[in-house]
Design a binder for this molecule. Structure first.
Ligand code: GBH
Length: 476
């Protein structure tokens, strides 16, 4: 499926949801305030050498104190929905036991303020900030963490109740498991492939248990969701059987390890076989895979770029005594190959056709499943011009072309309900700290002043009209 650049304008459905997204640790700051506990990202970012320039989320966008102004920006942008995450340690400092009324009140007030402005709250319960006390007990490698997560989710369903439009359990379990436990780039910074696979399973289980808990509290009215960063893996040589086999293996460990249990109630047999040299999978207990699946109203998709793999005899065989840090966790004879540009400031390639391909293929595999693009966006080397504006034409065209690709997927039959630009604000970009800016609104980290970039003005027009202009007709 090729998403050719549109030559005509594209009208999106009447009820299509236009939103923007953030995450708690990336924007809130106030790390030591309001009774918040310590998360693995506090620990990780405060450890020398883990983040660019030693940046931490201690202050971030100071959203904890400036939430009212931020809600006003969302309102002025005319967005239908706002996707944010709840910091688990802010509402339950130790990850189990006592809840923190002050933390819950913060989110309750935020939700009321959004609703008062007609903005739908789309909540993510876990965007990577695990309470440190749970990590001390093994984190996501510990099965008990999945059960603790379900109790936290249950409490949020009780306290925030029917005010929440979409309940997203987890953001990108791939990142939480593989970047956190296999390659060490994210908190908690572990490098152990079996730990990463164990974490992946416990995250799947956590979704299933939490989804059931929310359903028990709120009944059929609750919209349950999870957000996945699925990988569009292209073969280095599309005519090579071996490269296609490499794609199958990468797809199993990157995508189907989540899609299988979450949507089909079973782990793919080929995945279990591929990695049998590494693990006996005994952390998956009988009945678990079915437990991971709960009926989902929405499947959230975060899409940024595409990848390429090839068959490479010997790849993935790590010599005794060396540490395996590949995110192709345990996969043998497969290696990633460089993808042609253009690239964003993250070094990720810009390829809108992957968006269409992913949404259309999900629709083909899971025909009844409603989809939502819960993140898409780009970091570029933004600068403030002499006129005080940020003329981020590169971001406008990135957003335009990817939204166009979403439109192409809808045209091809995919049931895509909405699109959320990542991100509302420049923010703490994980191990890249404040060096990479994804916002449609610029944040001056000295003054905390928010300035709309051209992309924000452009996105406001789109949200107001639901008409995506032709590429040749972009104005702002
Ligand atoms: C999301 O992660 C996060 O949900 C969000 O918090 C974050 O700020 C945002 O994206 C921007 O990073 O390494 O060249 O193979 C996205 C994570 C991005 C990880 C694409 C895998 C593949 C590019 N993914 N990446 S490459």
């Amino acid at each position: 499926e090729e998403a050719a650049p549109s030559t005509t304008a594209r009208q999106f459905p009447e009820d299509f949801v236009w939103g923007s997204a953030t995450a708690a640790y990336q924007i809130e700051g106030a790390a030591g305030e309001g009774g918040r506990g310590v998360s693995i990202w506090d620990t990780f970012s405060r450890t020398p050498g883990k983040t660019l320039n030693g940046d931490t989320g201690d202050v971030a966008d100071d959203h904890y104190h400036r939430w009212a102004e931020d809600v006003a920006h969302i309102k002025d942008l005319g967005l239908d929905a706002y996707r944010f995450s709840i910091s688990w340690p802010r509402v339950q400092p130790g990850g189990s036991g006592e809840f923190n009324a002050e933390g819950i009140a913060f989110y309750s007030t935020l939700v009321d303020a959004l609703i008062a402005e007609g903005i739908k709250p789309v909540v993510t319960l876990y965007h990577w900030d695990l309470p440190q006390e749970l990590e001390d007990e093994g984190g996501w490698t510990n099965r008990a963490t999945a059960y603790a997560f379900a109790e936290y989710a249950r409490r949020m369903a009780v306290d925030l109740g029917d005010r929440i439009d979409v309940w997203t359990t987890l953001n990108e379990p791939w990142c939480a498991a593989y970047l956190g436990y296999a390659n060490g780039e994210h908190a908690p910074g572990r490098t152990d492939p079996v730990a990463a696979l164990t974490a992946a399973h416990h995250l799947n289980l956590a979704h299933g248990l939490a989804g059931r808990a929310i359903r028990e509290v709120l009944g059929e009215d609750a919209n349950i969701s999870i957000t996945l960063n699925l990988h569009v893996n292209r073969p280095a040589d599309p005519t090579s059987e071996l490269d296609l086999e490499a794609v199958r293996r990468a797809d199993a460990v990157g995508n189907r390890i989540f899609l299988g249990p979450l949507l089909e109630g079973a782990y793919p047999a080929d995945l279990l076989a591929d990695l049998a040299h590494l693990t006996d999978w005994s952390f998956i207990q009988p009945g678990d895979a079915e437990l991971c699946r709960v009926p989902m109203e929405i499947l959230g998709i975060n899409y940024y770029s595409t990848g390429k793999v090839r068959y490479a005899e010997g790849a993935g065989r790590v010599p005794e005594g060396e540490i395996a840090t590949s995110v192709l966790v345990g996969v043998l004879d497969v290696e990633g190959v460089p993808v042609p540009g253009p690239y964003t400031a993250m070094g990720w390639n810009i390829d809108p056709s992957g968006m269409t391909e992913l949404l259309v293929s999900l629709h083909a595999t899971y025909p009844g499943q409603a989809l939502m693009v819960t993140e898409n966006g780009a970091a570029f080397a933004d600068e403030v011009s002499a006129d005080g504006h940020v003329h981020d034409a590169d971001r406008v065209s990135y957003l335009h072309d990817h939204i166009d690709a979403v439109g192409a997927a809808i045209e091809a039959g995919a049931d895509v309900r909405g699109y959320f630009a990542w991100s509302l604000l420049d923010n703490f970009e994980w191990s890249f700290g404040y060096d990479r800016r994804f916002g449609i609104i610029r944040v001056d980290y000295d003054t905390q002043v928010r300035t709309w970039k051209d992309s924000a003005y452009w996105y406001r027009t789109l949200a107001a009209t639901s008409v995506l202009p032709a590429a040749s007709d972009i104005r702002y």
